[in-house]
Design a protein around this ligand. Structure first.
Ligand code: TRP
Length: 341
């Protein structure tokens, strides 16, 4: 009996040791599209099976661009339903809304004293947003500090991100190292993980798929709209009997839904005479609807059950808090904010 429980304990510890804490956040920015899904969510949701996945909806970050009370509210609820429908399992992972943990803004303030203005001035995403015409405000400017706080508050080890977020990860690491240089190993340095294959999912016009470029293929929209977006995918005017370009948007998007054999098959259709882009688009539409069908059913269920969603989020926030509180204790003690009386 004694040995058995000893072994049991040992085994559990071994298992916990192996589990890496992976963290990611997604802004509630409107309609979820296949770029979000293949760029990040699919991979991330898989992590929950073997790792300690922490995943949240970054609603404070969403506040930095366009304040709209009703839109933020509905986008946040929609994003939660999207994640749950696509398979985030609140039993296996920790899933919450960013603003449900006030600790994150507390840490953000503390970290801002360890962030040089020069590193912030180098932030390309801030410059891009301002260039796009978004009014520069301090929230937008400090965005990377809040993101660093998101990451460091939970002792995150790995942060899977798209290429566009790589610099934010570097800023988070920079802030953490500076903090640790003053106070010792208080904050855990996160590692980025950049997906090599589907790094950039092209949108219907060939640019990176993004809501701001108006080139998305949504996942949970009505069928008609999904179809009309697919029909918009830019193709060339090659003759029907000419070999077609496989390094093209339509081919790339379709490939996301194909296994390797099917990709080879599609490639050979592209090489041979008689291929019509319209047929390929119709097939792609069918494929997309089939692929996401089970998720659409689940999503409807969550959408019509807000009290269930609320309960799931409360559990997530409390799990996240139990980690955040420990880290904040460490931080407050380390910097001398907490009086030892
Ligand atoms: N900035 C990220 C994005 O726009 C969202 C985000 C906020 C995030 N906090 C994070 C991602 C922490 C990873 C880790 O996609």
């Amino acid at each position: 009996m004694e040995t058995l429980s000893f072994h049991g304990k040992f085994w559990n510890e071994l298992m916990n040791m192996k589990k890496k804490r992976i963290l990611s956040g997604l802004q509630p920015s409107g309609k979820l599209h296949i770029g979000n899904y293949f760029g990040m969510m699919k991979r991330m949701i898989k992590y929950q099976d073997e790792n300690d996945l922490f995943c949240f909806i970054a609603n404070y970050h969403a506040l930095t661009t366009k304040p709209d009370k009703f839109q933020l509210h509905s986008n946040t609820f929609n994003a939660v339903c999207d994640f749950l429908a696509l398979g985030i399992d609140p039993e296996k992972s920790t899933f919450w809304i960013q603003s449900d943990l006030p600790q994150v803004t507390e840490l953000s303030w503390i970290l801002s004293s360890f962030t040089t203005v020069s590193i912030m001035d180098r932030s390309t995403s801030y410059k891009d947003k301002v260039a796009q015409g978004i009014k520069a405000n301090m929230g937008l400017y400090s965005y990377p500090i809040l993101m660093a706080s998101d990451i460091l508050l939970y002792d995150s080890e790995i942060v899977p991100v798209g290429k566009d977020q790589k610099q934010h990860l570097e800023i988070a690491r920079n802030i953490a190292s500076k903090f640790n240089r003053y106070f010792g190993e208080v904050l855990k340095l996160p590692k980025p993980e950049i997906e090599p294959r589907n790094q950039l999912i092209p949108g219907t016009n060939g640019q990176k798929m993004s809501k701001s470029y108006k080139n998305i293929i949504p996942i949970f929209d009505d069928e008609k709209n999904i179809k009309s977006q697919i029909m918009k995918i830019k193709t060339d005017t090659a003759d029907i009997n000419a070999p077609k370009n496989k390094d093209s948007t339509l081919f790339k998007i379709y490939s996301l839904f194909l296994d390797s054999n099917e990709q080879i098959e599609l490639a050979s259709r592209y090489d041979n005479p008689g291929l019509r882009y319209g047929d390929i688009k119709n097939e792609l539409f069918e494929r997309i609807m089939e692929y996401f069908h089970p998720y659409r059913v689940r999503r409807d269920d969550f959408q019509s059950n807000p009290s269930k969603v609320k309960e799931i989020l409360a559990i997530g926030a409390s799990k996240a808090s139990s980690v955040a509180n420990l880290v904040m204790e460490r931080v407050r003690k380390a910097i001398g904010i907490k009086l030892n009386l």
